[in-house]
Design a protein around this ligand. Structure first.
Ligand code: MGD
Ligand code: MGD
Ligand code: SF4
Ligand code: MO
Length: 869
């Protein structure tokens, strides 16, 4: 009964004030970003509430991992509730938040299904039957089990996984001594990360570092990137559009943001690398590419053999050669002589500049023979020549056959891209077809052919706020906690790195260890904030792994399907209940921000901070472990915890940062501290254009960007990745027969729902789309209409599901689209008013879990057969 009352309250809220904002946010997102007027009204509303005595609390939204800046307005002196707390964008924040999901934060906080007490499984795994138990019982029992498993199988048999809370998990793993903190990247960003690493080097591979200069772009190419996410980016793009920036989406389905004046180019799934090659092909043939820049700032002019390996080793004599000296042969354009050049290295062997004659004109498209140190003559070519030999295969006509994009469309896109000085987004979510690393490598290569790297409006290096928060310091095998306690850490590498040293977060590699004990047993899994069935491709493989474990713990705020498989579910606090200082991740300049603990958990909810849960587990396992991270006595209440964590750890680390800033420049730290307290954010660093690689080299072997990846060629761990990224047909799924009842399903997000945390929230019931999209041509052939139900059967595993259909031109013929994280929830024992979360399918039911052989990046796209029922 109580639940229904609260839902009615939520509904009333929807009709009153929040309607404007959630609806407004979603509509603005649909219209292609937030116009200036929408923001002005939010700003005015904030001021009006302030004048009425409401408090403004800056928060860093965690409805997805982007941590955009929002303001939680709280009515002074009143108990927090749906009526007395309102969420707004923090008006001038550099990564301004409040997309449709961010706007749902208050619904998640006060959710009727919010997990209130620790739960212990009483039925079978998967049955979803739990009893509420005390924190003491839960923590004692889990700690006891972990101790027992560690004694029997070693600390490393305890594995932890998360999406946004990997940082929290390290507070447990490092003092306890397991290396197995294995995140979600193989189902998210591992291909785009490796795509950057292979072209720019390891230190330029992380998310948010190499980025389009969104704000100043004139032509932004988004290949399988919706920017429905990181709304800070979307608002930045909105400003670029006001100045006339053209936005082009290359995607099998039309993303929300393409509703307005953006262009949508439909592409067959898994063929992006071909399209990107064709862009360069047209640019080359029409002389629109910047060859001078390419010769000077990439390895295009460097000599390689027929095997693509740099010829250095073969032509240099004795001591001069060898991988470590990093010299590379080039040919002088004027006299054809061979010259050696390479990065200038500091004492630590890091590239700090270039040891080369900048006036020397280099031969770019060259083939010939060179003489080796032992007098033989071998064929050699410039890297550019080798690249062109591959690129020549991708004429617009040939590429049209592969991608389904008409040749004229490719030509027009390439002309506009190069003449406007375009930039291609380097990507984020990239685990789709298991041929993705090459596609993402090519996005970066395309940006090199414009010659605008790190120029205003091009692909740039962002600055970063420079603040990482409190943590555990690592130096060799020594770890040091926040209060200065050091210990020896010998845990070694995480298990997944044994299989995929170039991959990140390939959790699925541990499933075998769970089932067979090989190469060593993994017996427990701790999941911190992940909705595993919506995350991991191949649901059955996940179930098999769950079944084989001795202990499963889930820390969450809502009843995700994976909780049903846990032995214990622990209620966690929500971002608005935690106190934090952090960097701003998706902005061009460097900024830091604060997130207030604006709220306490709702009445009756005994949620505790994830890190408290970890520290209490450590204390119960071995008090010495807890002491390593400064936790020396049991802190029973939230208040006691806040006095320790907020004051002794979070505020102290922040004070240290401020002091450092003051020491570097008197008064600077004080300014930052003041601004953060006043507005919630402050700038710490300013972007200077034209730095990388001109003054600061990349971290590739050459120090330059590499159109033939010497990184891939010389790193044994990168075996199997193509040094010149090329298109190949994926083996991730059976390919559908054309013009039949067989299709590939692609997925992605929208701007208002589609995240683990919004699976159950009330606005999602109305705003969420749990249908399967089909093109009218296919629908007509199969006699399917909008609203019909179809049976969906996986071509590879014959698993079946049912869903309603939307017939729409927003998905290309031959392809189906289903939002990720929307519907297909199979959590048992939900109250009847949540029946709607079961509508639709989860594409992972049909997924093979096939991964890219070189790095373990998973394929989330699947192929199916559909039938009207
Ligand atoms: N609503 C919502 N937003 C989020 C999140 C969330 O959970 N929900 N999570 C955040 C996270 S973790 C991430 S990584 C980012 C991701 O954000 P983005 O990287 O912008 O990616 P998606 O929004 O997932 O969109 C992926 C698109 O790729 C398309 N696609 C599928 N296969 C192919 C293909 O073979 N080729 C091409 N060209 N396109 C293809 C899909 O149709 C879809 O439109 O979003 C963040 N924002
Ligand atoms: N088909 C398909 N599959 C996909 C994608 C897709 O587009 N299509 N996207 C992929 C991508 S990009 C990613 S990153 C993964 C994401 O996969 P997940 O990691 O499962 O996704 P999230 O939405 O981040 O899940 C967040 C979870 O944390 C909980 N939560 C929120 N706040 C807190 C907190 O403070 N503490 C704790 N302990 N829990 C909290 C939420 O209830 C939710 O269960 O999915 C991938 N899978
Ligand atoms: S993109 Fe939306 S959900 Fe994600 S952090 Fe930003 S405001 Fe929150
Ligand atoms: Mo992601």
């Amino acid at each position: 009964m109580e639940k229904q009352t609260r839902e009615q309250t939520a509904n009333a809220g929807l009709k009153l004030s929040r309607r404007t904002f959630v609806g407004g946010a979603a509509m603005a997102a649909a219209a292609g970003g937030f116009g200036a007027s929408a923001w002005a009204s939010a700003k005015e509303e904030v001021e009006r509430l302030k004048a009425e005595g409401w408090e403004a609390h800056p928060v860093a939204c965690c409805m997805c991992g982007a941590r955009c800046g929002m303001l939680a307005m709280k009515k002074k002196g009143e108990k927090p509730s749906m009526q007395t707390v309102r969420i707004f964008p923090n008006p001038d924040h550099p990564q301004r938040g409040y997309c449709g999901r961010g706007a749902q934060a208050i619904w998640a906080w006060d959710h009727p299904l919010r997990i209130k007490k620790p739960l212990k499984r009483v039925g079978e795994r998967g049955e979803g039957k739990f009893e509420e138990i005390s924190w003491d019982q839960a923590l004692d029992e889990i700690a006891g089990k972990i101790k027992e498993l560690a004694a029997k199988h070693g600390e490393r048999s305890i594995c932890l996984t998360s999406h946004n809370f990997t940082g929290y998990q390290n507070w447990f793993a490092a003092p306890f001594g397991t290396p197995n903190v294995i995140n979600h990247s193989a189902t998210c960003n591992s291909a785009s990360t490796l795509g950057r690493r292979m072209i720019f080097g390891p230190t330029f591979s992380g998310l948010g570092l190499v980025e389009p200069d969104y704000e100043n772009a004139r032509y932004l190419l988004l290949v399988g990137r919706t920017v429905s996410c990181a709304i800070g980016v979307q608002t930045t793009i909105a400003r670029a559009r006001e100045r006339g920036c053209k936005i082009v989406f290359v995607d099998p389905r039309m993303p929300e943001t393409a509703w307005a004046d953006a262009q949508w180019i439909p592409i067959k799934p898994g063929t992006d690398a071909a399209f990107l090659h064709a862009m360069i092909y047209v640019g080359r043939k029409e002389k629109l590419v910047d060859l001078e820049w390419l010769a000077r700032w990439t390895n295009a002019a460097y000599l390689v053999g027929e095997d693509l390996m740099p010829v250095t080793e073969r032509v240099m004599k004795g001591e001069e050669s060898g991988a470590s000296n990093r010299r590379f042969a080039v040919i002088s354009k004027s006299d054809g002589s061979m010259v050696f050049q390479g990065p200038k290295l500091n004492e630590k062997g890091q590239p700090v500049g270039f040891d080369e004659d900048p006036t020397l004109e280099l031969a770019l498209d060259w083939t010939g023979t060179v003489t080796t140190a032992d007098g033989r003559s071998i064929n050699a070519q410039t890297a550019y020549h080798a690249f062109c030999a591959v690129n020549d295969k991708y004429s617009p006509e040939e590429t049209a056959k592969i991608t389904g994009i008409p040749a004229d469309t490719i030509i027009e896109a390439a002309r506009e891209f190069f003449t406007l000085g375009g930039v291609c987004d380097d990507g984020w979510y990239s685990s789709r077809n298991a041929n993705d690393v090459e596609a993402y490598g090519m996005m970066n290569v395309l940006n090199l052919f414009t010659g605008r790297f790190d120029h205003k409006g091009g692909c740039i290096i962002t600055v970063g706020g420079g603040y990482g928060g409190p943590g555990i310091k690592a130096a060799g095998k020594t770890r040091t906690g926040p209060t200065g306690v050091s210990w020896e850490y010998n845990a070694g590498k995480p298990l997944d790195k044994q299989f995929f040293p170039e991959g990140i977060g390939t959790l699925w590699t541990t499933f075998e260890a769970m089932k067979t004990g090989k190469p060593y047993p993994i017996r427990a899994l701790i999941m911190t904030g992940c909705s595993m069935f919506h995350r991991e491709a191949n649901s059955q493989r996940l179930i098999d792994a769950f079944k084989s474990l001795d202990l499963i713990v889930s820390q969450d705020i809502l009843p995700q399907e994976s909780n049903d498989w846990a032995d214990y579910v622990l209620p966690s606090t929500f971002f608005m209940e935690n106190h934090e200082y952090l960097g701003v991740n998706y902005a061009r300049d460097g900024w830091v921000q604060k997130s207030d603990s604006t709220l306490d958990p709702p009445e009756g909810c005994e949620a505790r901070h994830d890190i408290w849960q970890f520290m209490e587990l450590l204390r119960r396992i071995n008090p010495e472990y807890a002491a390593r991270v400064g936790y020396t006595k049991e802190l029973k209440t939230r208040k006691e915890w806040q006095a320790f964590w907020d004051k002794q750890i979070v505020d102290k680390a922040w004070a240290g940062f401020i002091a450092k800033k003051n020491a570097a420049k008197p008064g600077e730290g004080d300014r930052i501290a003041r601004e953060v307290e006043e507005k919630g954010y402050a700038q710490t660093a300013w972007k200077v254009y034209d730095q990388v690689p001109y003054k600061r080299p990349f971290t590739t072997p050459t120090g330059k960007a590499e159109i033939v990846s010497f990184y891939v060629l010389t790193m044994p761990s990168a075996k199997g990745i193509q040094p010149i990224p090329e298109h190949y047909t994926t083996k991730a799924y059976t390919h559908p027969k054309p013009l039949s009842d067989e299709f590939i399903i692609v997925s992605g997000k929208d701007g208002a729902t589609n995240a683990g945390v919004t699976l159950f929230t009330w606005p999602t019931k109305f705003l969420g789309d749990r249908t399967l999209w089909i093109n009218p041509v296919d629908a007509e052939r199969l006699g399917i209409k909008t609203g019909d139900t179809v049976e969906v059967e996986g071509l590879d595993n014959h698993v079946k599901g049912r869903t309603k259909v939307t017939v729409t031109n927003r998905v290309m013929a031959g392809v189906l689209f289903s939002h990720g994280f929307s519907g297909g929830v199979r959590t048992k024992n939900l109250p009847p008013e949540y029946e709607w979360v079961r509508e639709g399918i989860n594409t992972h039911w049909f997924a093979t879990g096939y991964s890219q052989v070189s790095c373990g990046n998973m394929a989330n796209n699947v192929s199916v057969r559909i039938k009207r029922v």
